[in-house]
Design a protein around this ligand. Structure first.
Ligand SMILES: [Zn+2]
Length: 382
């Protein structure tokens, strides 16, 4: 009796201690300890808050039946969704272990129960046929895993018909099925769909985290890693694509050159650019947001240089021009224009007329600082 009692006590204390060790860092809000957990089990960089939420729900067996991951392009929404699919189907002790058969097959894109639904090449919408396929497959028992997982990557592309059809599945979710939707902004998703999903907000990955990941995980040389991380603006997926394809850097430089040129162009050229961008918005919204993101980063660099924060400047390859513009424009002007670009992005995401939005933005490009103008005028007069 005594022996059994002591064995029971021993196991209660042992498993209690393991539980405390696992949960203590979260309970204490210790960021470094949480990062270690994230790195060990979830193959995701810089999304500690989202990962901790999903990890604790998965461990407790309390995952929602549908999630909506919100965040900018290329910050890791699809990667997080695939990690959640692994966590749900993992056979290891620390889910997702990364080593068991389901984890390995999902990682390799070979698990037939985990499907990614996205915009087909050349298509403008995710159509109702794609959602009908999801509904048919969801009604079947999982083939090789515990759960079927459907990742609708880019829910903003769902047609109205497809959204309405998906709503039925969200209202009466089949057993052992998890739906994960991704979108850049909540406003792009039908409110009825939004209300039936648990929203998880993702944020741009800190530049330092990206740079370190590029060095440690992908073997990128430190200086190049710092440059790519800075250029990425927190979009780790962009940095990873740029490692493989150098033309992405050239393309970025071209887009930035055009945006910088608009800043010093006459009103006609500015309005031509606004018209071009409005047309592009109809074909490729992400390209317009990328361009406006680069422009924001450019003016932010000028502001940071003015504030003597050279260590935070991203576009160091254009430092001479940054220096020159920092001497021309005032802090207030620059801050106001950065806000104007952000307002334009906000309005574009809410489907305000793109041409009008971009023309208003063109009119808010800062003029030369008055003091500078007076100083330059005086020097010309003398
Ligand atoms: Zn596993």
């Amino acid at each position: 009796m005594d022996v059994n009692y002591h064995f029971t006590l021993y196991y209660v204390l042992l498993y209690g201690l393991i539980g405390i060790v696992r949960l203590l860092p979260i309970a204490l809000g210790c960021p470094s300890a949480i990062i270690i957990i994230v790195k060990r089990m979830w193959d995701v960089f810089g999304q500690s808050k989202a990962v901790n939420l999903l990890d604790s729900s998965a461990v407790a067996g309390r995952l929602a039946h549908a999630y909506l991951f919100i965040g900018p392009e290329h910050i890791g929404k699809k990667t997080l969704a695939l990690n959640l699919a692994r966590a749900l189907n993992c056979l290891g002790d620390d889910v997702p272990c990364g080593d068991c058969v389901p984890c390995a097959r999902i990682l390799a894109g070979a698990n037939s129960d985990v499907q990614i639904i996205s915009l087909a090449d050349g298509a403008k919408e995710i159509g109702i046929d794609q959602i009908r396929d999801v509904q048919h497959t969801a009604s079947l028992k999982a083939y090789e895993s515990k759960y079927r997982v459907f990742i609708i990557d880019g829910a903003q592309h769902l047609s109205t018909e497809a959204s309405n059809s998906l709503l039925k599945t969200l209202e009466e979710p089949p057993e052992n099925v998890l739906l994960i939707l991704t979108a850049v902004h909540k406003g792009q998703v039908m409110p009825t769909i939004l209300s039936r999903c648990q929203t998880v907000q993702l944020h741009p990955v800190p530049i330092g985290v990206i740079a370190q990941a590029l060095v440690d995980r992908w073997g990128v040389e430190r200086e190049r890693a710092n440059m790519l991380a800075g250029f990425s603006g927190g979009a780790i997926g962009w940095a990873l694509e740029a490692i493989e394809d150098a033309s992405i850097i050239v393309e970025r430089a071209d887009i930035l050159d055009k945006a910088i040129g608009v800043g010093s162009a006459g009103i006609n050229e500015r309005f031509n650019w606004a018209a071009e961008m409005a047309t592009l918005f109809g074909q490729d919204k992400a390209a317009v947001f990328f361009s406006l993101g680069l422009w924001t980063g450019w003016w932010r660099d000028i502001l940071l240089y003015k504030q003597n924060c050279l260590n935070l400047v991203i576009n160091l390859d254009r430092l001479e021009l940054i220096k020159k513009l920092a001497s021309i424009y005032g802090v207030k002007q620059i801050s106001e224009f950065v806000n104007s670009i952000q307002s334009a992005v906000y309005n574009l995401r809410r489907n305000v007329n793109p041409r009008l939005t971009l023309e208003v933005l063109m009119l808010s490009i800062p003029k030369m600082d008055d003091e500078r103008r007076q100083r330059e005028t005086r020097s010309v007069s003398f």
